[in-house]
Design a protein around this ligand. Structure first.
Ligand code: PLP
Length: 386
């Protein structure tokens, strides 16, 4: 079931909805380092900001721009920017020999673990990735191919994050989590700093066409992505755009936290098809930015994501086919749900003049999952676009 919870963001309610630096979560030096270091990595190139005029017409909005992250460093998602940067940051100044004696560890829904494994391989350190039982074997195999050890954990993503934290403390491993469940955890700030490279690219493209979005729909798991996106956009435009957080109805920890007015951990198996968003606990690092910038929290059913994957893959509304994974489409699926529900549409102020920014955060990283959910062959979809 779709549900919307709207509130005044703290920055707006305190009259501070004006643009300007906000520095709650991502330390400024880390951010500066990320935007200078990551573009030097081999294989770096900005990902495209794609216009979807056919879908915009179908949904009755002015335009839809989507940042398409499938091509990021050959790893298939925006997460390539975060985990690998956290590895580089943690191992800065460490000799190659010392790096070989080092073990990095993280829990993951798949994409973050792949990024950490990729970064660890480049530094020659040992890497352990904790995956909960709902993460597909396809994703586990991609991580093993980067030379990391996959450790399977019974239960949910949150069970895997707690186990990784405990094991890191016991064995003296470096924990490079993308979600902060302990107040003193610094790695999530580095991960989010990595994501700001994507934001820099988006802003460069928007500046080029002198466009300011009226709405930004971003999907949330632990909230790290959304905090990086909304934080950077808020700095530039304050609360001129409307920031909408989209989550699966089966894993809505940000929605529930917004309602409670504080971070809450939700129970249940969190078993959504939007695998990367299967998170029951908000990142404490991300929360402060979210609570200050985001007014609208939207939950969507799995069916909305599956429909959006198919619509994009088939190029159903006349746009070129786009290969997009389950969590990857959630922001666009949220837009589709909102645009099609008269009450939500009105509350969010979506009109035929709206300029909507979204992020397709992953391609078909889990290829068999993509084929199973959509009935489409990922290879064919990719070829149809090319
Ligand atoms: C493809 C994809 N999109 C979005 C997200 C959400 O990011 P975050 O957990 O930082 O909110 C994830 C998280 O794993 C993801 O894998």
């Amino acid at each position: 079931m779709a549900a919307l919870f709207s509130r005044e963001a703290l920055e707006s309610s305190s009259g501070g909805g004006q643009p300007g630096p906000i520095d709650y979560a991502i330390p400024a030096p880390l951010r500066a380092k990320a935007v200078s270091v990551i573009p030097q990595w081999p294989g770096y190139h900005p990902t495209p900001l794609i216009s979807l005029p056919g879908m915009a017409k179908e949904l009755g909005v002015g335009s839809i721009l989507t940042k398409y992250e499938a091509g990021r460093f050959g790893l298939g998602s925006f997460k390539a920017l975060g985990g690998a940067f956290a590895v580089a940051n943690a191992l800065e100044g460490v000799t190659p020999e010392a790096a070989r004696q080092t073990t990095v560890v993280t829990a993951s829904d798949g994409n973050h673990g792949l990024s950490v494994a990729w970064g660890a391989r480049q530094h020659g350190c040992t890497c352990k990735i904790y995956l909960h039982e709902h993460v597909s074997e396809d994703r586990a195999e991609l991580i093993r191919q980067q030379g990391a050890e996959v450790v399977r954990i019974a239960g949910t993503y949150d069970d895997s994050t707690h186990q990784a934290l405990e094991d890191a403390r016991t064995h003296g491993w470096i924990l490079l989590s993308d979600t902060a469940i302990a107040e003193d955890d610094e790695a999530p700030g580095a991960v989010m700093a990595g994501y700001t490279v994507m934001m820099q690219e988006i802003l460069a493209d928007l500046d080029c066409c002198e466009t300011i979005p009226s709405h930004v729909f971003v999907q949330g798991g632990c909230g790290g992505l959304a905090a990086a996106v909304f934080g950077v956009l808020f700095e530039k435009w304050g609360n001129v755009p409307r920031y909408v957080m989209v989550e699966p109805d089966k894993a809505d920890c940000l929605f529930q936290s917004a309602r409670a007015g504080r971070p809450v951990r939700i129970e249940g198996d969190l078993d959504t098809v939007m695998g990367g968003l299967s998170v029951g606990e908000v990142s404490l690092t991300a929360w402060e930015t979210i609570v200050r910038t985001v007014g609208d929290f939207l939950t969507i059913p799995d069916a909305a994501a599956i429909q959006m994957m198919k619509a994009l893959g088939q190029g159903r509304f006349g746009d070129a086919p786009l290969l997009a994974g389950d969590a990857g489409v959630a922001g666009l699926a949220g837009l589709s749900v909102a645009a099609g529900d008269p009450r939500i549409r009105e509350t969010l102020g979506l009109t035929a003049g709206s300029i909507v920014l979204t992020i397709v955060t992953e391609g078909a990283v889990d290829r068999s999952g993509y084929a199973r959910l959509t009935g489409l062959d990922p290879q064919h979809v990719a070829e149809a676009r090319a």
